[in-house]
Design a protein around this ligand. Structure first.
Ligand SMILES: Cc1cc2nc3c(=O)[nH]c(=O)nc-3n(C[C@H](O)[C@H](O)[C@H](O)COP(=O)(O)OP(=O)(O)OC[C@H]3O[C@@H](n4cnc5c(N)ncnc54)[C@H](O)[C@@H]3O)c2cc1C
Length: 200
């Protein structure tokens, strides 16, 4: 059983996973939480180079940036990752069942971060709509209200209809993570580390 299961590990999925996992040692309410991110390795990041992304090496290749994100997440024990394709998403009572090509998982909260190319998950909890803020036609998004689809079901990144920029997709992942914190704590919550926490 996972507290949060993220479907899709691109800019949005990593923004969500890193934000969730980063408070595992600093917040009492986060200490026992368990997260899983399932991704099938086709992020748009892998086809890009980045000259406009704040704080990273100018012109960094998407493959290199992606590898850095993978390494960064491994620092946190609360978040597992699986290389797999999600085929089905269902809800029975309070809990979600997420089925992949290889296994089945249960989760209390699900974040969909599958990008804009297609949505091939068998799921009657969401409505697939046209992504209208893209240059090429034929892209998809999921109907949502400020990244929320329904109780405990969120969408982040291009799958929400966001503009196709890394920072926007990544930021939506972080935003959804903070909304999940808020649902757990009952008040505004963010994931901040201070200069004293710097690793030298
Ligand atoms: C050629 C190119 C150049 C770009 N250049 C820039 C740039 O210079 N600056 C910039 O800011 N942005 C750039 N972008 C855009 C940026 O890469 C995207 O905005 C960003 O990657 C979107 O993040 P996302 O998480 O929404 O989707 P993605 O990063 O595409 O991630 C979605 C992930 O979900 C996975 N997934 C989908 N369905 C399933 C499923 N059923 N089961 C498991 N996993 C699934 C996919 O494999 C993928 O890994 C560029 C994009 C491209 C294609």
């Amino acid at each position: 059983m996972y507290d949060v299961l993220i479907i899709g590990g691109g800019a949005a999925g990593y923004g969500c996973a890193l934000t969730l996992a980063s408070v595992e040692n600093t917040q009492e309410w986060a200490k026992e939480k368990k997260y899983l991110m399932i991704d099938n390795g086709k992020s748009d990041i892998l086809n890009a180079s980045f000259f406009n992304l704040a704080g990273v090496q100018f012109g960094i290749g998407g493959d290199e940036l992606y590898a850095k994100m993978q390494t960064q997440l491994k620092n946190f024990k609360s978040c597992e990752t699986k290389n797999d394709t999600v085929t089905k998403l269902e809800k029975d009572g309070e809990l979600f069942t997420v089925t992949t090509q290889n296994e089945s998982y249960t989760a209390k909260v699900v974040v969909i971060a599958t990008g804009m190319h297609k949505f091939e998950i068998n799921c009657d909890l969401t409505n697939v709509i046209t992504h209208t803020d893209v240059m090429k036609p034929g892209k998809v998004a999921l109907d949502n209200n400020d990244n929320k689809i329904s109780e405990n079901l969120y969408v982040a990144g291009l799958a929400s209809g966001a503009k196709t920029m890394f920072a926007i997709a990544n930021g939506e992942g972080a935003k959804v993570a903070c909304e999940i914190f808020k649902s757990w704590t009952g008040k505004s919550a963010v994931a901040h580390d201070t200069i004293k926490d710097k690793i030298v």
